[in-house]
Design a protein around this ligand. Sequence first.
Ligand code: ARG
Length: 576
Amino acid sequence: MDLEKLLADRLTPAFAAVAGGPVAPAVRRSAHADYQSDAALALARRLGRPPREIAAEVLGRAILGDLCAAAEVSGPGFINLTVADQALGAAVAGLVGDPRLGVPRVAEPETVLIDYSAPNVAKEMHVGHLRSTIIGDATARLLGWRGHRVIRANHLGDWGTPFGMLIEHLLDLGEADGAAELSVGDLDSFYRAARAKFDADEGFRARSRLRVVALQSGDERTVRLWRLLVGRSEGYFLGVYQALDVTLTERDFQGESRYQPMLGPVVEELDRLGLLRDSDGAACVFPPGSVGRDGEPLPLIVRKRDGGYGYPATDLAALRYRTGELGATRLLYVVGLPQRRHFEMVFAVAASAGWLPGAARAEHVGFGSVLGADGRMLRSRAGAPVKLADLLDEAVARATALARRKNPGLDAAEVAEVGRAVGIGAVKYADLATDRHRDYVFDWDRMLSLDGNTAPYLQYAYARIRSLFRRAGADGLPAAVEAVRVPLADPAERALVFALLGFAPVVVEVERTLEFHQLAGHLHRVAATFSAFYERCPVLRAEGAVREGRLMLCGLTARVLRQGLDLLGIRTPERM
Ligand code: ARG
């Protein structure tokens, strides 16, 4: 039972009666009362009446007696609501008895396709792919938990002209040696060596071009070599996914190559629809609303002058397939902000072509860059792009050292488990806790700090509650939850209760906005509010109903932290 919504539902008809039409009651948590509505202020302008008068009239009509201990007009025309203890207790009891902590499954599940991670074959994954993987994974978890049908689409860069040179380089190295280099993740040196030969050697260039043609025409040996390159890279990426503890599997690879047979038909369809324009021999679509800095319309090139298809054509084919064949109605593209224009244009063309029918919509879930301490793009000490696998190893190593220092009582297996959960959790949380549109600075000390808005802080709060329960001699909660009275006498107890009740609305909001920093921020508030409660309100030293009630709040806090972190893809060790 969502109190905020309950209160809003009671104010809605009262506002409608006063305004003579629907008004959003704008009920929110407030520092001045449990909840506050400022809707009368906005309405006053519209009705030309004093806001306090409107607020008073709304309160006169709204039925709030069972929910509120006090409801009054304050300041220029706010409505301040103080929730009655009984209603608050009932709401908390509802949460305790609900395995979903107040977050219902959606009534009408959608098919949601999430395009994320998407590294490129025979190239190192960079931090942009890291962000995409982390944000995409959280998206898949949260939408899946809400009950949507989630399709994970790892739009691997596994096709295109570079494969001519990559295959030729593989042949030069010898299949066995080349494949071995790729398997250990030496992707960048492989790619760079191929590139260097391509730039320097006319003969190699010619061979590479022929090889692309052979690949496109399905030459058996060439296709086998291409598969080898793709397979080895996939193996390497899967290793990173495992280290990163994300839900992507080999079944989710849906690389660009899959859309090759659809490219011709897609361009033909655009032509039939009268959307194609010729520009210097290239087939283009000029999506409405796309103009460059100079005010000239910008084209999306769907077939190049040489007859080849590129990135935009592949994305159009993929989109058409995703709505048309897979039946997705919400398409999420978790890709860095530099590709914003590309997606705007692809989505606009798809809309004009009728590939986003009915409720179907596509959304670019963009994100900023990861910066080093110097404020520039994150690089390794040697100045090369950081290798993702190394970065994750370092995270785990640092967190393992931290775990050992912090709790010498942990045995070797526990230290390893905590190190992994905390190290990987810290990297993910640092990413998810900042507004994804912004760049963020990758800072080991900050992300591994035990206080602040960090994974270790939240994980520690969880472990602390679990240890409390071990000491209490109860593994779970008192058996008859209905009989436990929710303690509300202390303001710290009330504050904790509101934080716990706030979990559900945040999850529902993030399902829409995919702004995971809202969820992270809320979990941090839950942990901080718990900490304040725990300092003021003794739990194990309390007695009788108070002890039981407080233990219940502790248990609920642990469940909210665990569930919330799980939605972010972060583990919660039982001890730390
Ligand atoms: N492989 C691309 C890159 O590394 C990202 C692909 C994103 N997804 C898409 N449907 N275009 O930049």
